[in-house]
Design a protein around this ligand. Structure first.
Ligand SMILES: Cc1ncc(COP(=O)(O)O)c(C=O)c1O
Length: 455
């Protein structure tokens, strides 16, 4: 890596003086990487160093960097109509909502916001109001999973099952409950993966019964827990959760903020399991993060319950100024076209398999307890001891990430989640990555791990 010149030192000083970074502790010694430009899967910093972005930013630049067609779609829309509130309507929002229905393979009505957190907040309010308006006045509680993340705002953080993200911000919103996720790697000895997954699904039913089914409004989950450590369920788990929700009149919200838009090898993550959620929340890959936009897709018949406004409170009294911005919608539409035209959803499945098999040789490494993947997402769980499965120290996890970066590869980890369990290296490169990009990831991670870690 090139050393810092005087100019970049001055920029870093200004960064440290003026910028408050997301979730990253302040450190004078290790200043942030300051990106200057990017193309494809590669990002260049202000010193001219190039890195393969093995995390697509924050799991979001699905079509890769430097897409002129996306910039043009936004530019043209900004010239013709830069803004109009969705209290009324505009063409890009209508077209995108129609397109999302096609992608969802169901009948949904779309509410636009700006971020994944907001999409989930909207879902929670819609669910509570829906139950009120259909005479189920006590249904207010939400069940989520430990280790899952659903956002940073108070409601979405309440749904989040990561204690370390909550410390010092509690008390949060009331009415959010958590159950254990199907972490098959850590299942009881002697139990089959299938039996363990069923047992985890059963925890959802028990919680519903113990709370009183008439008080439970919805279950929220990602199809696969991503940022919480790449925890992949078996088919039986999601089948059973869906069945339980239906049996007890509890709505099922799928948080597709990361798994959506081809990341899983299907258009949406839940489509891999053939389930039909009542509500789907999405953000990140919707615009490949070129502009902020998120959406809450609500089953049409749920939306119908909002049509009777005879008491003056029947409509959804929720507004956000920027949600569904015309330029963001036009860009999102173009983003979906790119995903379709270049068959990037299918490519994600192929690259994901290649990445998984390329990394699988590492299973013999002393530190590697498990390797899990879902489409073009991979998680490498590092342990101090394979017998006890004791998680590896955070210093080791951080050291491996730093060495990958020194070799030009950005990888991630499940950071600040659950105490002691921030031990999963994560990979989610752009869906447009070349074969060489994927090989570079495999070679670099392998070389770093085999370069003395765990020796
Ligand atoms: C699964 C999931 N849901 C919701 C969110 C929140 O999205 P945002 O950061 O856009 O508010 C995230 C963000 O990482 C996420 O991973």
């Amino acid at each position: 890596m090139q050393s810092l010149g005087k100019e970049s030192e001055a920029i870093i000083k200004k960064d440290q003086r003026y910028l408050w970074h997301n979730i990253t502790p302040y450190s004078e010694q290790s200043p942030p990487m300051i990106a200057a430009s990017a193309s494809g899967s590669w990002v260049t910093d202000i010193d001219g160093n190039k890195y393969l972005d093995g995390m697509s930013g924050l799991w979001c630049v699905n079509v890769g960097y430097g897409r002129k067609e996306l910039a043009e779609a936004a530019y043209n829309q900004l010239l013709s109509l830069p803004y109009f509130p969705l209290t009324q309507s505009h063409m890009p929002a209508i077209a995108l909502a129609e397109k999302l229905n096609e992608w969802l393979e169901g009948e949904y009505v779309i509410f636009f916001s700006n971020s994944g957190s907001e999409a989930n907040e909207a879902a929670f309010k819609i669910v509570r109001q829906y139950h009120q308006q259909t005479g189920q006045h006590y249904r207010s509680k939400f069940i989520a999973r430990y280790r899952g993340y659903h956002g940073s705002s108070l409601g979405a953080l309440s749904a989040t099952g990561q204690a370390q993200r909550k410390y010092k911000y509690e008390p949060l919103a009331a009415g959010f409950l958590h159950v254990a996720p199907p972490d098959s790697y850590r299942r009881p000895e002697g139990m089959t993966v299938e039996a363990f997954n069923l047992q985890c699904a059963q925890a959802v039913e028990e919680t519903i019964i113990w709370e009183g089914a008439e008080t439970v409004a919805a279950v929220i989950m990602e199809p696969v827990i991503t940022g919480g450590g790449v925890i992949v369920p078996e088919q039986v788990y999601l089948d059973r959760v869906q069945e339980i929700c239906r049996n007890y009149g509890v709505l099922l919200i799928m948080d597709e903020v990361i798994c959506g838009f081809g990341r899983s090898g299907r258009k949406f993550g839940h489509q891999n399991f053939g389930i039909k959620p009542d509500i789907v929340t999405m953000a990140k890959g919707l615009t490949s993060a070129y502009l902020p936009l998120s959406a809450t897709a609500v089953r049409k018949d749920i939306y119908e319950a909002f049509k009777d406004n005879s008491d003056g409170y029947g409509h959804f009294r929720h507004v956000n100024t920027f949600g569904g911005n015309p330029a963001a919608c036009a860009l999102a539409l173009r983003n979906l076209e790119v995903l379709e035209q270049e068959q990037l959803v299918e490519r994600a499945a192929i690259l994901g398999q290649r990445l998984h098999s390329g990394l699988s040789g590492l299973l013999g490494h002393k530190l590697v307890g498990d390797i899990r993947s879902f489409g073009l997402i991979a998680g490498i769980e590092l342990v101090a001891d394979k017998g006890s499965k004791q998680p590896a120290d955070l210093d080791i996890v951080k050291g491996i990430i730093a060495e990958c970066k020194a070799k030009g590869l950005i990888i991630g980890k499940n950071g600040d989640t659950v105490a002691g369990f921030n031990n999963v290296l994560t990979l989610a490169p752009p869906l447009s990555s070349t074969d060489e990009d994927i090989q570079f990831i495999i070679d670099t991670v392998t070389a770093v791990l085999n370069g003395g870690w765990g020796a």
